[in-house]
Write a protein of this length. Structure first.
Length: 116
């Protein structure tokens, strides 16, 4: 597992999931709140991935140039940001247009019957 991540599982959970994942969650939420498109989540996640890899290298002596580590860390950051984006977008749609939409689960919304 360490060769796949480029670091230990504890560093991955602590730095990538909790710290960088928290930044990714705030990023996804900010993009959704300002009504920007989803592709910006992908772009900013790809930029946040190398920053996370550098912190793993600089603070915990992880492998800097690990392709599998970069992919796993970036996809983890992207997944967290995407979840935050979708939750915030669903909340925005329901709060901004309460006469048109109602909440449908954590990630979605649906049209209210007769709310054309």
């Amino acid at each position: 597992m360490e060769s796949l991540l480029g670091t230990s599982i504890w560093v991955f959970l602590g730095l990538t999931v909790i710290i960088t994942g928290g930044a990714a969650a705030m990023m996804g939420q900010a993009i959704a709140i300002t009504w920007r498109p989803f592709w910006q989540v992908v772009v900013y996640s790809i930029l946040l991935g190398p920053a996370d890899r550098f912190l793993v290298f600089a603070l915990f002596e992880g492998t800097l140039l690990s392709l599998s580590g970069f992919v796993v860390h970036t996809l983890t950051v992207m997944m967290i940001a995407s979840l935050a984006f979708r939750i915030a977008r669903a909340r925005n749609m329901v709060n901004q247009y309460p006469w048109l939409y109602k909440r449908s689960g954590l990630f979605g919304w649906q049209a209210i019957d007769g709310g054309d």
